[in-house]
Design a protein around this ligand. Structure first.
Ligand code: DQA
Length: 148
């Protein structure tokens, strides 16, 4: 069966390209989706790409991933630093989750250095801008492959 990965993006990431380009770069979310699709084609896997500005909708999308996808790449945006609900959802779905950030959250404000996703993720990729997304696909596919 083809491996299927959900790539889930949180609040304000729909504005990539125009949102603080000095921090997040000039690449749009649509460009990132194309990058991910090219990487998925090269890896021979399926991806679903989604974005929501709403915490509860992100929780719903994580729940819906169970039994449908083999893993999740999650850029939870600012909810990374606040959301026990997202942490609990990740703990509940029994799927590997790779935490992703465009910026290096550890080199930014102190409040961004706390992640509620990190303790329940299999790993974290941050600081590589849009290039982090295909890196995260490589990482999760290799993680899933080793578990099989
Ligand atoms: C982000 C980092 C978060 O701190 C911030 O709130 C975002 C984007 C990133 O991709 O670098 O919205 O997740």
């Amino acid at each position: 069966m083809t491996c299927s990965i959900l790539i889930l993006n949180g609040p304000n990431l729909n504005l990539l390209g125009t949102r603080q380009p000095e921090v997040y770069g000039a690449t749009t979310l649509a460009d990132i989706e194309s990058l991910c699709q090219a990487k998925a084609d090269a890896l021979g896997i399926k991806i679903i790409f989604a974005q929501s500005n709403h915490e509860g909708e992100l929780v719903d999308l994580l729940h819906a991933a169970r039994g449908v996808h083999d893993g999740v790449i999650l850029n939870a945006g600012a909810y990374t630093h606040t959301s026990v609900a997202l942490m609990d959802a990740i703990s509940s779905i029994m799927l590997p989750v790779v935490e992703l950030h465009l910026s290096n959250i550890h080199a930014r404000e102190v409040f961004r250095q706390k992640s509620y996703v990190a303790p329940v993720a299999v790993g974290q990729i941050c600081g590589f801008g849009a290039a982090g997304y295909p890196l995260a696909l490589d990482a999760i596919v290799s993680y899933i492959g080793e578990k099989k």
